[in-house]
Design a protein around this ligand. Structure first.
Ligand code: GLV
Ligand code: MN
Ligand code: MN
Length: 407
């Protein structure tokens, strides 16, 4: 008998999780460690408990559900995240977690006997939109950052991660780094246009591009918009705009980074008739080649110094995240491809533009990722959508991958 997930149950759970933090426009807002993140976690923990999984919560709030509950061997692990950006969709992260749960439920209800335990993980604060860096929970899981350091991170309002984690009741007893899994596989929506535009159902992900996040604070002089002559201005808003343009221009050069984004810009005092005295912006740059990314960081530092001198402002830069590019285990990439072909799907190799928990797990165990198409390549947007047949195809590929790795 061919093993298949219960697609209706999976679609039902995607909808039920999406009802928590529903933004009313098809999207989701479950920023990390908010009340809605807690409600989403509570729902997943209920489902895991009903299935008889062993639930473990660690000091950074990662939740794992393991089957059999008394397993001691390193498990074949899958997972992802259920936190979202403020204007998120219902698939990013959620699919990997819910499909993982579905895989384990299928194995249990079908009475499949495996040599290794299975585990599904929900990693804390993958998005990093509230507490930078991104992939924080999985970073701490593998020992890439000490728990104490992570718990001290603050959000924009000065709220401390450790306090927020305790407030929602997910500061768990298990220490980090956690025990190393046997292998890790993550199903995720592509969040880009490649699979859809090539008519491909499954992506065998080869790696993840490097990420550089910086917060840039520009301090000039707030002054009257009507009376201050242009040549006497120290305009932080102007410099912020020039930095955004310089980053875009850098991507247009042959040696520039693949992508660059100024996604956040706060001006102070933020008034129609006052020259901005302070600007705080974020710069996200990514490339598959770490040397290109490093050169882009250097280039932007030089540009900032020139702009600061020209406009008589000061510029301070703080690193929010810096992760090198990751190449996934070649055997895992091949296995994803083989399984997709056996299932009769079109498949292609592609790198990931987005960051994922799998890039952290790749530091400690063979790791791989399965992508399914995103309609219109839209993500981090309420309109994010993946067709039901692609959700089902991805979940069945994940099922077979986990079974093979656990046999
Ligand atoms: C995080 O998931 C990112 O790629 O921004
Ligand atoms: Mn994600
Ligand atoms: Mn995301």
């Amino acid at each position: 008998m061919t093993l298949r997930v219960d697609a209706a149950r999976l679609h039902g759970r995607i909808a039920e999780l999406a009802s928590i933090g529903d933004t009313g426009d098809g999207g989701n807002c479950r920023l990390a460690l908010t009340d809605d993140d807690k409600a989403g976690r509570d729902l997943l923990v209920t489902w895991m408990r009903d299935l008889g999984l062993r639930i473990d919560i660690d000091a950074i709030g990662n939740i794992t559900g393991t089957w059999p509950a008394d397993a001691t061997e390193p498990p074949v692990m899958c997972g992802s995240h259920i936190d979202t950006v403020r204007t998120g969709g219902r698939y990013d992260g959620n699919l990997g977690v819910l499909a993982g749960l579905e895989v384990i439920e299928t194995v249990i209800t079908q009475g499949v006997v495996l040599a290794r335990p299975l585990c599904v993980g929900i990693f804390t604060d993958e998005e990093g939109s509230r507490f930078a860096p991104d992939m924080l929970g999985s970073l701490v899981f593998v020992g890439g950052m000490a728990v104490e350091e992570a718990l001290d991170i603050t959000d924009r309002d000065g709220l401390v991660l450790g306090d927020e984690l305790a407030r929602i009741g997910y500061a768990g007893p298990l220490p980090c780094p956690r025990a190393t899994p046997h292998a890790y596989v993550e199903l995720h929506v592509e969040q880009g246009p490649v699979l859809e535009s090539t008519g491909t159902t499954i992506g065998a992900v080869t790696g993840i591009q490097g990420i550089s996040w910086q917060e840039i604070t520009i301090t000039g002089q707030p002054n009257h918009a009507g009376t201050t002559p242009m040549h006497l201005r120290r305009d932080a808003g102007l410099v912020a705009a020039q930095i955004a343009v310089a980053a875009r221009e850098l991507t247009d050069t042959s040696s520039g980074p693949n992508v660059a984004t100024v996604g956040r810009l706060d001006l102070h005092p933020d008034l129609v008739n006052v020259v901005a005295g302070r600007a705080i912006l974020t710069l996200d740059m990514r490339d598959i080649d770490d040397a290109v990314l490093a050169a882009a960081e250097e280039h932007m530092a030089i540009i900032c110094a020139e702009l600061a001198a020209d406009e008589q402002v000061t510029i301070e830069t703080r690193s929010l995240a810096r992760f090198e590019p990751v190449a996934f285990d070649e055997d895992m990439v091949r296995l994803v491809e083989d399984v997709a072909i056996i299932h009769g799907h079109s498949v292609m190799h592609l790198p990931s533009g987005a960051g994922h928990d799998a890039q952290m797990l790749a530091r400690v165990c063979p790791s791989g990722m399965v992508f399914v198409p995103s309609v219109g390549g839209i993500s981090h947007n309420p309109a994010e959508y993946t067709r039901e047949e692609h959700v089902e195809a991805g979940a069945n590929v994940l099922l077979e991958l986990m079974v093979r790795l656990a046999e």
